[in-house]
Design a protein. Structure first.
Length: 75
């Protein structure tokens, strides 16, 4: 079963059941803040500022959330 079919079926559930399902899935994920990283907070902030500047000056074109999710699903 693929993610699109699962999502389609999940959206047929009543709101309370969808909330319980979402919470169950969310709680099954590892805490991303516990992952070790070689990048410091300062480096992350510098990268975020650079990416913001790239968007403002037109060097890169940002993706909408939908475009990003579509691309990830099609990998």
């Amino acid at each position: 079963m693929n993610i699109d079919r699962i999502a389609s079926e999940a959206l047929k559930l009543d709101p309370k059941s969808r909330a319980i399902l979402a919470e169950t899935i969310w709680e099954s994920l590892e805490d991303p803040y516990l992952e070790s990283s070689d990048v410091t907070d300062e480096e992350s902030i510098s990268l975020a500022i650079k990416r913001d500047e790239d968007i403002k000056n037109g060097t890169v074109t940002p993706l909408s959330h939908k475009e990003l999710m579509d691309r990830l699903r099609n990998r």
